[in-house]
Write a new protein. Structure first.
Length: 83
């Protein structure tokens, strides 16, 4: 698990109150009970945390946790990017 994966898991558990045991790269945001309004909140948190732009609609509840991590990696300079 790289730094982005770890920080994303922390954000999901600490700020959005997702059960840490439920978080896995193959789990969708929807299956973590994250609805579309919370997806918008998550996008704003991620923009601030990682200093990357996430336009409205780019993050969806159908994305997996791994998809979100890859999106952040792509926007912040690739795998292993620092947080």
């Amino acid at each position: 698990m790289n730094a982005i994966d770890q920080r994303l898991a922390e954000i999901l558990t600490d700020q959005l109150k997702v059960d840490r045991a439920a978080i896995d790269t193959d789990v969708t945001l929807d299956s973590l009970d994250i609805d579309s309004l919370v997806v918008v909140e998550l996008a704003l948190i991620l923009e601030k945390e990682f200093a990357v732009p996430i336009p409205d609609g780019e993050l969806t509840k159908e994305m997996t946790v791994g998809d979100v991590a890859h999106l952040i990696e792509d926007k912040s300079g690739g795998p292993g990017a620092t947080v």
